[in-house]
Design a protein around this ligand. Structure first.
Ligand code: UD1
Length: 419
């Protein structure tokens, strides 16, 4: 299994080009199952979760051809697509559940594996299932698989999500695109990745309108041939902005509309970073002294994202006072804390709140990655730690960060992949 060897402390300087968003690409790729005509998706990030989704589409019968750099995929579906999403593919990535809505909507049937457990929390799919049921999907769960079907096309209705869920909102929007009539979804997640999905679908001829957290979808007969470029990855951009602040460095973070990480940039300003933004670029300079922040709370967009919680925790370990972060989305998302403590962090967890002491001198150590965002937090800590750190199980990072070691090397990090 690959490891990273990082020798700190490093001060970051230079330019970073932000890749396409994994979390936008996954539902958009799942939605290609609705098409009879070819779909070309550009700016795909070359990360393992995208390979998994592409393998899943291939296993269902999609024919996929790639550009030389593999960032553009042309997808053409067969007349007779398969409708079974196997456990072997779904278990490695929970996002695979996003094929359920399109399969039932387009082919009136599907056998999709339940995704199973995950380190950061229970992560059930009950909201996906209950919303699709309201659209007319019937299902049974047998031997770990959702056996789903519908009598004819799905039927539009009004659905109010009892809790805001990114995945359930996406699955239901995709399913409702070809349903008969007007579906109204209330209490939707409104993450930028979901807006990218509806923008993609509308560009292909779907009829989707947003009013705050309400999404109205008027079903259409079919979708048109389309070329579409995936939005930039706001979590990757946020991670590099934290890295600049933490290392007291200076970075130019390019290819992303800064407005979509406004909440995060305001927090970084609060800790002392100097930030200038233009249409497609962020200039960020870390302060000499990092100020603490009390009561950061992860919440649905446009609030602070859970996917940047671990990275901000590393930053606040270096603040000159006490900070706190409350995790309100996933119950177990503090896996990185024990590893950060091995580097010297002083963090106490009380229920879903982390109290971060600050003024930490990280000292290099051997560490273990647990999930995608926890792993990148360990990389950040190792960058500013004294001496060598080894980070094991970096396959978690390969799931979601494109070319991370080369991007880091270019801005001054002493990092090596050990095979
Ligand atoms: C997506 C993102 C993930 C991010 C998360 C929250 C992708 C591929 N993943 O995950 O990176 O951390 O949003 O911003 O886009 N829940 C249920 N039942 C359900 C669905 C969700 O109880 O049917 C719970 C979850 O366990 C969690 C909360 O609702 O506690 C929010 O989850 P959700 O927004 O659905 O996250 P994902 O779509 O899985």
């Amino acid at each position: 299994m690959d490891k990273f060897l990082i020798e700190g402390p490093c001060k970051l300087k230079g330019k970073v080009l932000i890749s396409g968003s994994k979390n936008a690409a996954l539902p958009i790729l799942a939605a290609t199952l609705l098409f009879d005509k070819s779909v070309t998706i550009k700016n795909l990030p070359r990360v393992r979760d995208i390979d998994t989704m592409l393998s899943l589409l291939k296993s269902l019968g999609s024919k996929i051809t790639f550009s030389k750099d593999k960032k553009t995929a042309k997808i053409m579906n067969k007349k007779n697509m398969k409708t079974v999403a196997s456990y072997s593919l779904v278990k490695t990535m929970r996002g695979s559940i996003l094929v359920l809505g399109p399969l039932v909507s387009k082919f009136q049937k599907s056998i999709t594996s339940l995704p199973g457990g995950c380190l950061i929390g229970a992560r059930p799919v009950n909201y996906h299932l209950s919303a699709l049921k309201k659209l007319g999907m019937k299902y049974d769960i047998k031997k770990g698989y959702i056996h789903a079907k519908s009598d004819g096309k799905l039927r539009a209705t009004t659905i109010t999500f009892s809790k805001i869920s990114v995945g359930a909102t996406e699955n239901t929007i995709i399913a409702a695109c070809l349903a008969n009539g007007k579906t109204v979804l209330k209490n939707c997640a409104v993450e930028p990745e979901i807006k990218d999905l509806t923008n993609f679908l509308n560009t292909a001829g779907a009829n989707i309108k947003w009013k705050g957290r309400t999404c109205e979808i008027v079903g259409v007969k079919s979708l048109n041939e389309i070329e579409y470029s995936i939005m930039a990855d706001r979590i990757e951009a946020g991670t590099f902005c934290v890295a600049a602040t933490l290392s007291r460095g200076e970075l130019e973070v390019k290819n992303l509309n800064p407005k979509i990480i406004n909440t995060e940039l305001n927090l970084l300003k609060k800790v002392g970073a100097k930030i200038k933004t233009s249409e497609n670029k962020i200039l960020i300079k870390g302060p000499d002294k990092i100020k603490p922040i009390k009561n950061i709370k992860t919440k649905e967009y446009p609030s602070f994202p859970t996917d940047l919680q671990a990275q901000f925790m590393v930053l606040l370990c270096k603040a000159n006072g006490k900070s706190s972060i409350t995790e309100s989305i996933f119950e177990n998302r503090f896996m990185h804390v024990a590893e950060l403590q091995r580097l010297g962090a002083k963090i106490v967890i009380k229920n879903n709140k982390a109290i971060i002491e600050g003024k930490t001198d990280f000292n290099g150590a051997e560490l273990m990655s647990s999930d995608l965002r926890a792993s990148v937090a360990l990389v950040l800590a190792a960058i500013v730690a004294n001496g060598k750190s080894i980070i094991n199980r970096i396959y978690h990072l390969d799931r979601g960060y494109e070319n991370i070691e080369n991007k880091l090397k270019k801005i001054g990090v002493k990092i090596k992949r050990i095979k």
